[in-house]
Write a protein that binds this ligand. Structure first.
Ligand SMILES: [Zn+2]
Length: 300
């Protein structure tokens, strides 16, 4: 696939599963709605431009996916090769958080620098991470890999907001995990906000319904407000981390049915995003620190 150097941001869907709404939204009984099935997709994200390729998360490991009965069909190394990218040329892998479905294929990039929030690294290498409610969502050998990378000086911890490269900003929001990060990427057509698991489903933001797996509930609500604030900026598009709607809200990559071009948002869903931010009183949270000001650590 030819590439002209203009920055592109892709969502690559590598797996899927059918679950229920009651398992997906925290305390679902509060909403007095019948339970129903819901599809959850699994993605990792690729930012490619003239200076190289950055991988955002690595998906789950095939063995872990099989053990946990998820359906999957590719890994980052395979998907990058299909894009004509040699995985060995990926110099940076961002780990938005250390859950198993994001850290599973770090070993495919043994030369890459790993960027993760300090809070996330500290938490998962602490004894508290071994408690059942947390441990269920991580793979010990993958946390061990992060630890080894740190010892090898291949791990860059960040706090608050930090530029990864020109036009690529990492923002620590917490909530879902102690140091969950989102990634804001400027492209020729606008700003793409990779929410990762700060927003599994658009419905969390659009109906103010927290996801079921949460380390810090106030932090999760605040993260939604940060995302809503970002979405209120001109030409800014949120990309939910596990929502099948990503593939209808953005355009497809030609000849690659599981890849979505995040630089090609479909205009039809824009009014919903705008309306959302106008009606949320909590958006004032975003108004206090001006954009560009480092936010304090959150999600402790
Ligand atoms: Zn996830």
């Amino acid at each position: 696939m030819a590439h002209d150097g203009a920055r592109e941001v892709l969502a690559i869907r590598y797996g899927t599963r059918t679950t229920t709404r009651a398992e997906s939204f925290l305390n679902y009984h509060l909403y007095h709605e019948p339970d129903a099935k819901i599809d959850i997709d699994y993605f990792f994200w690729v930012i490619r431009d003239g200076s190289g390729t950055t991988l955002i998360d690595t998906g789950f490991a095939p063995a872990a996916g099989d053990r946990r009965r998820r359906t999957w069909w590719t890994t980052p190394a395979q998907a990058l090769s299909a894009l004509g990218i040699d995985p060995a040329t990926v110099s940076t892998v961002v780990v938005t958080h250390a859950h198993w479905d994001h850290t599973g294929n770090l070993r495919q990039f043994p030369q890459a620098n790993i960027v993760i929030s300090q809070a996330e690294y500290d938490f998962w290498t602490s004894p508290l991470a071994g408690r059942a409610q947390f441990a269920a969502h991580a793979e010990p050998d993958e946390i061990g890999y992060l630890r080894a990378a740190n010892q090898e000086d291949r791990l860059t911890p960040i706090t608050g907001r930090q530029m990864l490269a020109s036009g690529i900003e990492l923002i620590e929001v917490g909530g879902h995990t102690p140091g969950q990060m989102i990634v804001s990427v400027i492209t020729a057509t606008g700003t793409v906000v990779l929410a990762s698991d700060a927003l599994h489903f658009y419905e969390e933001l659009e109906r103010d319904r927290p996801f079921a797996i949460v380390a810090d509930l106030p932090g999760m609500y605040r993260a939604y407000d940060v995302l809503a604030g970002l979405a209120s900026q001109p030409d800014t598009w949120l990309v939910a981390g596990h929502d099948p709607l990503v593939r209808t809200r953005f355009g497809p990559v030609q000849a690659a049915p599981d890849m979505t071009d995040l630089g090609a948002p479909n205009a039809s869903w824009e009014p919903q995003g705008r309306q959302l931010t106008l009606t949320r009183s909590a958006v004032s949270f975003w108004d206090s620190p001006a954009p560009g000001t480092p936010a304090g650590p959150s999600g402790t």
